[in-house]
Design a protein around this ligand. Structure first.
Ligand SMILES: Cc1cc2nc3c(=O)[nH]c(=O)nc-3n(C[C@H](O)[C@H](O)[C@H](O)COP(=O)(O)OP(=O)(O)OC[C@H]3O[C@@H](n4cnc5c(N)ncnc54)[C@H](O)[C@@H]3O)c2cc1C
Length: 342
């Protein structure tokens, strides 16, 4: 067994929100065999938590005996190749953006719109990561996971992951049962689908690009994201702190008539999506700082830990925003990251 053990690790160093006390022990796992063996010898009363890149979790303030199991399984392999598509298997610990870069460099389409999302490949199915009209569910064929209850590896096909908006089985009934070790993606050789977003169109026009390549789309997305989202290496955040809101179409239409700046998108005949950033935008919170927390000046969805923020401060900060949104629009907005208490 070649598990790396680290002791007394500040939780702040393990998450992009840089909050939390100290983890007494962190186990870094690089192979499926090691993961299985780790669970085989773990006392049944020992608490544990599976961590990828820590870009969608907020840790608690206190010190913890919970074993942090950091998944660092490497490797990208080409499984099959036809004229139309290429199937790749990616180790759960591979940084997601390096998977996008791997695909774009080889002319493989499907994930270029998911450029520059922090974190690991293995975490992407957990909240069905998405951006610019693409979600991981659109390209995921299957994944391998360790079933802790059964003590064996299992395969989930796409439909078995029960994907929804920022949802999957791994966040719900399967939470605490499965550890994802490998994802399999099918990518197309057909060239890019240009995301239908004004920012992308503006970038392409500004660069005089008529037939965008995969690399053009990746560059466009990186440019747009770097304006709207803080760089996690410089500013502590988890990206969007709130999920977008889904409301009945009639309510969305009424709100749009009253507040024309709201970003309302049709979903189906019954529901519309409202960009939560546009709900918060009108409340004057952008750039506002209270104590050690602020709302990012460039994006009303992003809560920033200015340094030393506590969970209590965070709870108060987000509930102030939630209450104001509820009062003005009658919409309950929910946090996107996992707020951990262990
Ligand atoms: C600047 C910024 C921008 C972002 N932009 C986006 C965006 O555009 N779209 C989007 O969807 N998200 C976005 N995010 C959120 C985040 O990057 C994604 O959710 C990412 O997939 C989390 O990966 P991670 O490895 O950091 O997961 P972690 O934060 O480590 O974990 C997240 C959850 O997944 C579980 N998990 C992690 N790895 C595994 C595994 N191998 N098996 C089982 N469970 C696992 C954890 O237990 C936890 O519950 C952004 C975050 C930041 C900081």
């Amino acid at each position: 067994m070649s598990i790396r053990r680290e002791y007394d690790v500040p939780l702040a160093s393990l998450s992009t929100f840089r909050m939390g006390g100290t983890a007494r022990e962190v186990a870094v796992v690089e192979t499926e065999e090691d993961l299985q063996e780790l669970f085989a010898i773990l006392p049944s009363d020992r608490k544990w938590f599976i961590l990828g890149g820590g870009s969608n979790v907020v840790f608690p303030d206190g010190d913890t005996d919970t074993l942090i199991i950091r998944i660092a399984i490497p490797g990208i392999r080409v499984l099959t190749q036809t004229e139309d598509d290429v199937t790749i298997a990616v180790g759960a610990g591979v940084s997601w953006d390096s998977v996008v870069s791997f695909a774009v460099d080889r002319g493989l389409a499907g994930i270029e719109a998911l450029s520059w999302i922090p974190g690991t490949a293995g975490a992407t199915p957990v909240q069905n990561v998405g951006a610019y009209g693409v979600e991981i569910k659109d390209v995921l064929v299957s994944l391998r996971a360790y079933d802790i209850q059964k003590g064996e590896y299992v395969v989930f096909r796409n439909t078995e992951c029960l994907f929804g908006y920022r949802e999957s089985i791994f966040k719900n009934v399967g939470k605490g049962r499965y550890v994802i070790t490998e994802i399999t993606l099918v990518l197309s050789t057909d060239g890019p689908n240009v995301p239908q977003y004004p920012g992308v169109a503006e970038y392409l026009a500004a660069h005089d690009i008529r037939a965008a390549s995969l690399e053009d789309i990746r560059n466009a997305i990186i440019t747009i994201r770097s304006k709207k989202l803080p760089d996690p290496s410089q500013i502590a955040s988890v990206g969007s702190f709130f999920k977008n809101a889904f409301v009945p179409v009639e309510i969305a239409a009424k709100l749009k008539a009253t507040y024309p700046t709201l970003a309302v998108f049709p979903v189906d005949g019954t529901l519309s999506k409202i960009g939560t950033g546009s709900l918060i935008d009108t409340l004057g919170w952008k750039g506002k700082r209270i104590g050690n927390l602020s709302l990012y000046a460039g994006n009303a969805m992003v809560v920033v830990n200015e340094g030393g923020a506590t969970r209590r401060e965070l709870a108060e900060f987000i509930s102030l925003i939630q209450i104001e949104v509820q009062k003005k629009y009658g919409i309950a907005i929910e946090p996107e990251p996992e707020l951990l208490d262990f």
